[in-house]
Write a protein that binds this ligand. Sequence first.
Ligand code: FUL
Length: 481
Amino acid sequence: MCASIAISCSLRTNTAAPVAPPKPLHPVPSEAQLAWHEMEMNAFIHFTTNTFTDLEWGYGDESPEIFNPTELDADQWVRTLKETGFKGIILTCKHHDGFTLWPSKYTDHSIKNSPYKSGKGDVVREVAEACRRHSLKFGVYLSPWDRNRVDYGQPSYVAYYRNQLRELFSNYGPIFEMWFDGANGGDGFYGGARENRKIAGATYYDWPGTLDLVRKVQPEPQVLFFSDAGPDLRWCGNEKGIAGTTNWNTINNDTLYAGKAGIESLLNKGAADGSKWILAEVDVSIRPGWFYHAKEDSLVKSPEKLFEIYLTSVGRGSTLLLNVPPDGRGLLHEADVKVLKDWRKLLEERFRTNLAAQAKVKANAYRGNAKAFAASNVTDGDKETYWATDDETTTGSLEIDLGEVKPVRYVLLQEYIKLGQRVKSFTVHAWQNGNWQPVVTDGTTIGYKRILPVNSIGTDKIKFTVTAAKACPVISNVEVY
Ligand code: FUL
C-alpha cells in the first residue's frame, strides 16, 4: 500500500530532479579575493618624512629629526574614512626614502630617532589600533626600493626587507593587503654612496620566497598581495583612477613582472583567456601628489571628480584605493575632509532609490525553467541568487518593467563571480515612444559590478541583453537609479 501511494504522490507533486546550477568557469576568485571585491573602497595613507620636506620621493638622506607631527590623531583619519564609506586602510609604513613609521630594530632611519613622542611613537600601531576600533581592515605598504640603505641592490638588503615584513606581520594584528610598489627611480643616498642603482626587477627580490615567508608568519586571514603582476591583485596600469571599460579579472601573470615596461594596457584590461584570477586595483590620490603639500590645498579633487572616479573604478568591476595624505600636523586636512563628506553625500543621493527593487522582471529564457534561476532573482536583494540560462545558451535578455515612466541615470549590473567571469558583451535599451532605444551598444565585461551612466533618460522599461558570453550568463543583481 505504502509503495503505490508513494509512487502516485511523487507523480502528482512532480519530483523531477532539481535543475543543477551552472558549473564554475575557471579561474574563480578565492574567498579572500571575493571579500576584497565586496569591500569596493579602500583608502591609501601616504605619510613619512616627505610630509615635512615637501617632497614626493625622499632621497633617503633626510634626518629623522624632521619627522614631527605635533597633533597626530590616527583616530581622526580612520573615523573620517569610515564615515565616508571606506572599508580598509593601507598605510605607507616605509616609502622609498626608507624611513620607518614603526620603531624597526633593523634601521636607524626610523620614527624611533624622531622627536615624535620623544622617539617612543609608533604610527603603524596607532593606525592599526584605530582601524580595529572602527572595524576597518588594515593593510601595509613597504617600499621595496629603499634609497636610504647602503646595501640596496645586494642580497643582504632582501634579508633586511624580509626582516621588516616579519616585524609588521608579527606585531600589528591581521593584515588584509600587502602593497608591493614596482617603482625604482635609480638614484638615492644609499648610505652615502649617492649613486644610481638599478636592480633586476623580475628576480632581485625573489618574491615567491618573500610571499611564502609572510604567509607563514600570518597564515590567517589570508593576506592579498598587490603588485604589477599579482599574484592576488594587479595594478590597473595608471594612477588616474581609471579601470578599463573592458576589465577582465583574469590574466596570465607569467607574462608580467614588476616594473616591465609597456604592460599598462594589458593590466588595465586583463585577458579574457587569463588562467589566473588577479583583479585590478585602482589607486589614485585625492590630490595631485601622493604626499601632503600645502600648495595643493586648493587642488583637492572635487566631489564630482571623485564620483566620476567611483564610476571608472568600482563601476568597472575594480576596487578603488583612494589616497588621502595627512598633513604635517598629523591630521587629514579640512579641505580633504570636506570633499570626502560631500562626495559621500553625492553617492548617497545618486544611488538613493533603486527603481528595479519594485519592478517586474522577466527573462526571454531561464535555466531549465526552474524558479531557482528565474529573472526575479536579479532584484531580490540576495547576492546568492541569480538568473542563469541553460548551459548551451550564451545569450539572453532581461526586461525590467518600472511600471511608469521615470527618469533613469544609472544601470547597475553584477555577475555572480563565484562561478567565474562570463559576459563578453552586452547592450542596454530603454523603452521610449513605443520602441526599444539603444542606450548602451558596446558593453563588454561586467564582473563583480558594472555601473553604466545612461544620460538621464525617461523610460518605463529597461532591457539588458547579454550578446556574448564565455559560458551561460549568471547575473546576480540589476539595479536602476
Ligand atoms: C608609486 C610611488 O612611486 C608613489 O610615490 C606612490 O607611492 C604610488 C602609490 O606608487 O609607484
